[in-house]
Design a protein around this ligand. Structure first.
Ligand code: 0X9
Ligand code: ZN
Length: 426
């Protein structure tokens, strides 16, 4: 009948539209003419003014929070907000340096055109979750006698959070690496996969001894939902992807969601739109809950915990919740930090890393994974590595810098582990 025909036609149109992507959800977020400024703050009034606009999520995005050492903030400004922003700087007498003139240009440059080696995993470009997982499968297949997959659990959107354990012999002390808890910090999973590859393939004697004498538990991409979203929808995404019950803003900062001084001392935000939203409760994010359960289960196998982040070139240690107290083994923590930083600076790149407690060197941050492992699991050695750079490219570190960054990681890690062992923690 006519009605049937019409219905069929309607259905056909819908199918066509959907496959053409027209009815699919929103396109990729663009950052045309978005700028990034490094601000230098001189007083509390200036800081308050900037922190206030920083909460306006569509117009501004804080790339790097204020820290008392450098007194600087990196902030991304939308083109429509630029005039207002510049007036605000002038009115409050805040000095600024333009770091990125057009964020979208940097994002476009980051997408290098596939070259000869793009068929194989080569660390000359950034890979998507699917590619990283396929690579991980290949590695597990190629080294079955020394590798083993472990499953942390499921993300909010139902993805599997996977890790790889590399063990060359029984009874080794364990080192746990969690990477890409913040979605937009792409250099972290690139570094984690590079590091895994080195542990399995390097013929360098020092790297071999690192591989042979420790058990490595490595999660290349922890925030799987956020990471996928940062590739497919929004390059600047940081948080998880769990919607909020009463607020349109999505996700929480997984690195504020752990049950250690959760939401205390202004080390996180209770605003669901903030980039450092702690979540409604500790472990409200399925990812954090899964990691807590997994780490609790295997805690006896772990001596050192390391979390990969970017950017700023820091090696950060507990505490995150206060800069008025320090762990009882803080001297050792600093000695190890110095070994890490010195080793990196000695390379021809001359890259400088600062080291010290998070709250002292950077800012107060609570509910972080490293602090949870340190305070609640009682592990004595835990660090956060903040990779390159200092803000020239920020999160959009050019692919040509992946390997130099990884080389720094390796010499830093060799020194860190050696010193940790020397001091009797391994
Ligand atoms: O703020 C953070 O979560 C980290 N910096 S980032 O710019 N990558 O977001 C620093 C976390 C500090 N870690 C610990 N307190 N353990
Ligand atoms: Zn981070």
């Amino acid at each position: 009948s006519l009605l049937k025909m019409r219905l069929l036609w309607l259905l056909a149109t819908l199918v066509a539209l959907t496959s053409a992507g027209i009815l699919k959800d929103s396109p990729k977020e663009r950052y045309d003419n978005f700028r990034v400024y490094k601000l230098t703050i001189q007083n509390k009034i200036q800081l308050a003014a900037i922190e206030k606009i920083g909460e306006l999520t569509k117009k501004y995005n804080i790339w790097k929070e204020y820290d008392e050492r450098s007194r600087q903030i990196d902030i991304m400004v939308s083109p429509g907000e630029l005039n207002h922003f510049q007036e605000l700087l002038k009115f409050n007498n805040i000095s600024s340096e333009l770091m990125i003139e057009n964020v979208q240009e940097r994002i476009d440059e980051e997408q290098v055109t596939p070259t000869a080696d793009s068929a194989t995993f080569g660390w000359t470009k950034y890979y998507e979750l699917e590619e990283i997982e396929a690579w991980l499968d290949e590695i597990l297949n190629a080294y079955p006698s020394v590798t083993e997959e472990f499953i942390v659990g499921k993300s909010y959107e139902g993805r599997t959070i996977r890790g790889i354990k590399i063990s060359h012999k029984a009874g080794n002390p364990g080192i746990f690496i969690e990477s890409n808890i913040h979605a937009r910090e792409w250099i972290t999973s690139a570094s984690a996969t590079w590091f895994i590859n080195q542990l399995l393939t390097s013929e360098d004697a020092d790297v071999r001894s690192l591989a042979d004498n420790y058990d490595w538990h490595i999660i290349p991409v922890f925030n799987v939902d956020g990471f996928e979203y940062s590739h497919k929808k929004d390059r600047m995404w940081r948080k998880t992807r769990q919607p909020h019950a009463t607020n349109a803003c999505i996700g929480a900062d997984a690195n504020r969601n752990f049950d250690s001084y959760w939401l205390q001392n202004n080390g996180a935000s209770d605003n669901p739109c903030s980039e450092t939203f702690a979540g409604d409760n500790p472990e409200s994010e399925p990812e954090a809950k899964a990691l807590v359960e997994y780490l609790t289960k295997i805690q006896d196998q772990i001596s050192v915990y390391i979390s990969f982040h970017s950017y700023g070139q820091y090696l950060l240690s507990p505490y995150g919740h206060t800069n008025e107290e320090f762990p009882e083994n803080y001297n050792d923590i600093l000695t190890i930090g110095k070994a890490f930083a010195d080793a990196i600076e000695a390379l021809p790149y001359g890259t400088v890393y600062q080291y010290g407690s998070t709250a002292d060197v950077l800012y107060v941050a609570t509910g972080t994974s490293v602090d949870w492992v340190f305070n609640e699991l009682g592990k004595k050695i835990g660090y956060t590595i903040e990779y390159r750079d200092k803000g020239r490219y920020g999160f959009i570190l050019p692919p040509v810098q992946i390997i130099p960054n990884c080389e720094e990681l390796m010499v830093g890690m060799l020194a860190l582990i050696e010193k940790t062992k020397e001091l009797g923690y391994l």
